[in-house]
Design a protein around this ligand. Structure first.
Ligand code: ATP
Length: 607
């Protein structure tokens, strides 16, 4: 049976902390409700403790011929009050448990969404989702009733023991022997329950990751006829989770049964020894009955104690998994921009930038330097893997340069408040992702305050008018998970419209490598050129037509800037660029274009 991905678990396991302290940190904001719930539950329990003594009183009264109606009425009142107070306490605790979970989820949601991009590169989103949903649920009872039950049943147990000591020290000794036995038993069983729970939760996380993997490439999975293999993988994780769950169930059942068995055995021993004492005349019948009632009564706190300690293990296992997420690196958004960005196009520069994605990985950039001042179009070209998209990631500060400096308007991007930095930039990724939601929410997500007029304008500019007209709900039409209900070209235009709606001072465009039809390609180039009239536009160019329109072309090769110049200069002086431009790496203009400059031949380039 395969283990849940241990490498992934290792990545998450950064700084183990004391989970009990963390549990208290989560519960502390609700301490008032916790105390109230605990006190109510305790009072409910105390009334139970009084009942055996009342019973003794009633029996003694019966023996002496006194009236018992008064004591019985009081007993009834105590029982009723105990039930009501206990129920109220249970509700207060359950409500507090929900509040604890809400607090933890809020913290987690904030942390997850603000994770550094580099962290997410290495983690599995599906597992993170299960930590937010399944693991936090496990905290619900443990953070409240778990803690308070542990406390109240311990107090009740101690109270019961004191009363027993008063009734008969010898019988108490027998009872204490039993309590010690239960304690020893728990010492063996509880750690096993904790470990098995954590493993079961990890398998659930693994299931989430696998599902996310499958749904992320659903068509590929089906086209590859890989369903059977994927189902088998999911089943393995489900079985692993089941196996661990069964192990938890087994240990829990064993601990419950053994503790009850011990109590029952000691009951028989107490009955035997106490019976002997009554026969010998050293103990009254009422004292023995009261002691036995107390013993029965203590079964509940003991079983609650065992159950709470078991639950605590489950909760602590969940806390360890939750903590691993809260320990991951977060982005600091900085102060939100208070005033509108200057309308002036941005100046971007990279100076001697070296960069690697991870300390264990090789350098992607080996001292990249270039500048792009606006307005105008700068094209980044280079063979696949030369580090073009990475330049954008550094400007957006998805990652920090290993050495060297990336500047926007002369200020190191690390010195910009992150939210403000990104608010200046419109970014169109190569695969132009769109999010589940309506067309409108997709367009306005980067500019929530855009007016209807501005939205209509970008729809026209990005040539989305036909799409909006075609969709039954127009702008309000949902476009499906990852935009599956619209075409690749439409997705790209949505991404461009979204970036433009932000009215960026810097537009970063990673051109799609897939072919668009000539009309669309020409239209998008026009959009880009129009934007470049008053904005700084940097484009990772995969098309000849794009580079020929650029004022400045930066040629990257294996993470180094090989040449910078205009199209004419580079064709003249740079062999790699010549090769790229000749169509070996830059895609030619699709057939049907009316722009003859963009014929993908060396001859036409040299004109
Ligand atoms: N998140 C990442 N983690 C680790 N390595 C990465 C990551 N993203 C990219 N790389 C590696 O960094 C190098 C540069 O990638 P980059 O995407 O910048 O190249 P590119 O020039 O844009 O390529 P293409 O033209 O194919 O899109 C590649 O070798 C790639 O494998």
């Amino acid at each position: 049976m395969p283990r849940p991905d241990t490498e992934h678990q290792e990545l998450l396991r950064k700084a183990p902390r004391a989970p009990l302290r963390r549990l208290w940190e989560y519960a502390r904001p609700h301490w008032r409700a916790l105390v109230a719930g605990g006190v109510l539950t305790f009072l409910g329990g105390i009334t139970g403790l009084v009942q055996p003594l009342m019973a003794k009183y009633v029996i003694d009264a019966l023996g002496s011929g006194a009236s018992v109606s008064g004591p019985i009425l009081v007993l009834l009142g105590v029982v009723l009050a105990g039930a009501v107070i206990g129920a109220l306490g249970a509700f207060v605790l359950e409500r507090t448990g929900q509040s604890v979970v809400l607090g933890v989820r809020r913290t987690l949601v904030g942390r997850l969404v603000r994770l550094r991009v580099g962290e997410l590169d290495r983690l599995k989103p599906g597992d993170l989702v299960s930590r937010l949903t399944a693991d936090t649920t496990l905290l619900r009872s443990v953070a409240t009733s778990g803690i308070t039950n542990l406390f109240t049943s311990a107090v009740l147990l101690v109270g019961g023991i004191v009363v027993m000591g008063v009734l008969s020290p010898l019988l108490l000794l027998i009872t204490l022997g039993m309590v010690v036995l239960v304690g020893l038993l728990m010492g063996i069983v509880l750690p096993r329950i904790g470990r098995a729970t954590q493993a079961a939760q990890a398998s659930l996380g693994e299931m989430g990751s696998l599902l996310e993997r499958i749904f992320g490439a659903f068509r590929t999975v089906k086209a590859s006829s890989a369903e059977r293999a994927e189902i088998a993988r999911l089943d393995e994780s489900a079985v692993e989770s089941w196996r661990r769950g069964v192990s938890v169930a087994g240990w829990t059942a064993l601990s419950g049964t053994l503790s009850m068995l011990t109590v029952n055995t000691s009951f028989l021993v107490v009955l035997g020894v106490g019976g002997g004492m009554v026969a010998a005349g050293t103990m009254s019948v009422s004292t023995l009955i009261a002691f036995l009632l107390l013993l029965f009564y203590l079964m509940e706190p003991i079983s609650t104690l065992v159950q709470s300690a078991t639950e605590l293990q489950t909760g602590l296992a969940a806390i360890r998994r939750i903590d691993e997420v809260t320990d991951l690196d977060q982005e600091d958004p900085g102060r939100a921009p208070t005033e509108p960005a200057s309308p002036r196009p941005a100046d971007v520069s990279l100076t001697d930038v070296t960069f690697r994605y991870h300390p264990d990985l090789p350098l992607v950039h080996h001292g990249v330097s270039f500048a792009a001042s606006g307005p105008g179009l700068t094209a980044l070209v280079g063979p696949s893997g030369s580090g073009k998209t990475t330049v954008f990631s550094l400007i957006e500060r998805f990652y920090d340069a290993t050495t060297g400096t990336v500047r926007l308007d002369g200020t190191d991007v690390r010195d910009w408040p992150l939210e403000e930095l990104r608010s200046q930039i419109g970014y169109v990724e190569q695969d132009a992702p769109v999010l589940d939601g309506t067309l409108r929410t997709n367009l306005t997500m980067a500019a929530p305050n855009a007016t209807e007029e501005q939205i209509q304008e970008v729809i026209r500019t990005a040539r989305l008018t036909d799409l909006v007209r075609r969709l039954p709900g127009g702008l309000e039409n949902p476009i499906g998970h990852r935009g599956v209900t619209i075409s690749g070209g439409e997705r790209q235009r949505v991404a461009i419209a979204r970036a433009l709606l932000r009215r960026p001072r810097l537009l970063l465009m990673d051109e799609a490598t897939s072919q668009l039809d000539a009309a669309n390609e020409g239209a998008l180039r026009e959009v880009m050129l129009a934007a470049a009239r008053d904005t700084t536009v940097i484009v990772v160019a995969h098309r000849l037509s794009t580079v020929t329109s650029a004022e400045r072309i930066v040629v990257l090769e294996t993470g180094r800037v090989r040449a910078v110049g205009t199209h004419a200069e580079l064709v003249e002086h740079d062999s790699l660029y010549r090769d790229l431009a000749a169509g070996q790496l830059l895609a030619p203009e699709p057939a049907g274009t009316d722009d003859s400059r963009e014929e993908p031949t060396v001859v036409s380039l040299r004109e």
